[in-house]
Design a binder for this molecule. Sequence first.
Ligand code: MN
Length: 501
Amino acid sequence: MNDLKQYEVWFVAGSQDLYGAETLAKVAANSKTIAQALDAAPRMPVRVVFKAVLTTPDAIKNLCLEANAAAKCVGLVAWMHTFSPAKMWIAGLRILAKPYVHLHTQFNREIPWATIDMDFMNLNQAAHGDREFGFICTRLRQNRKVIAGPWEDEGVRAALDVWARAACAWHDAQGGKIARIGDNMREVAVTEGDKVEAQIRLGYAVNGYSVGDVLRYIDAVTDAEIDALCAEYDARYEVAPALRPQGERRAALRYAARTELGLRAFLTEGGFKGFTDTFENLQGLKQLPGIAVQRLMAAGYGFGAEGDWKQAALVRAMKVMATGLPGGTSFMEDYTYHFHPGGASVLGAHMLEICESVAAGKPSCEIHPLGIGGKDDPVRLVFNSRTGPAVNATVIDLGNRFRMVVNTVDVMAPPAPLPKLPVARAVWVPRPDLQTAATAWILAGGAHHTGYSLAIGAAHLEDFAAMADIEFVAIDDGTRLSAFKKELRWNELYYHLARGL
Ligand code: MN
């Protein structure tokens, strides 16, 4: 997951045989030029591979079949340099199982007024060729992204970058496995959901495991492995005196290291991409996993607390999208509010499990009582989040569909030190403001658990939701509650009817 360059998007140009070999050769050359420029663009996270100029229904269908079967291909970029009669695309698009983006661009940037002739017009007709293609995509009721503008522009490349990252996360989710260790926190509603529907709709499988399945791995960890990991903790974190090599609570740190190693081995051997646990179901574990979960998230695993498998899968997807970007991505929870007259903000945290990828500085490694769960005091990393623009996202199951809710927020440094709060935390101001955002979030049924990222934006998540064909609602600077309420009601109608479309 460390390098999205292992993935490819395939660039295809649509045309037809009507134009003759000379024009088609130019179409191919120009398409290749664009694909190569996109491939070489520093911001492009994946390889962009020029595949073909497609001029017949069979060629289109075969290319789509090839894309479906190609393990590295996460999606297609389609561009109609010339006019490509779109009935030719029906068979291919109907079987295409990968996401696609319609790049509505033009090889030449400007019109050469002094020299333009009919040969030029014949070659450079994306302005209407792409409309024909757009019609059939819409007629087929297919979700796709449309990016319009000059292919040299940074804005166009940024939009393609966002889409490609979402496509990688989508690819990663297909066949992905989430381990639900223990079940749900008892009586909690929002963390439940239809796992069968999630697998159909979102591609990942959620299966349950007992803590005993993990304990086998935890018990098998050797002292030498624990020594090595504790040395890494000592070097990497500001370790509390009691947890240091000669400290009186070193044994607790060693147990935390054992838990991390065992959990990691369980996840590795099972090929899992994310996991959940729940403090009500930890028989045999001495501590609730704190630092273990924090570090496994930093290694790329999705995580959801209290059995929240939807957020575990979402955090994983967000981490894939964020690959190589600065900022960090974590599981998060809205915890408590600061209704200050000068501006209201949210303190986000969890009992323990915030990913160290969002840490502003060197985390401190501490041990404190938890006050819940009835276990030994857990070891955890404590830090403030980095600051800057961020998103909080959640996926909920409404019974007839999944809804993703995304709120753009601005993360700030805590206005004062928090010497008595022994958990990792983030302080943010939601957009457009706390009261509007919280009202909208609650009306939308958004969970208290979220995926939180300073690395990606709402646009990544919107593209991902479109690939999954799930509902997406954004809460941002443009949110007005009266319109938002109507959007929710209209969406109820749409998703009810869409089952028959
Ligand atoms: Mn929670």
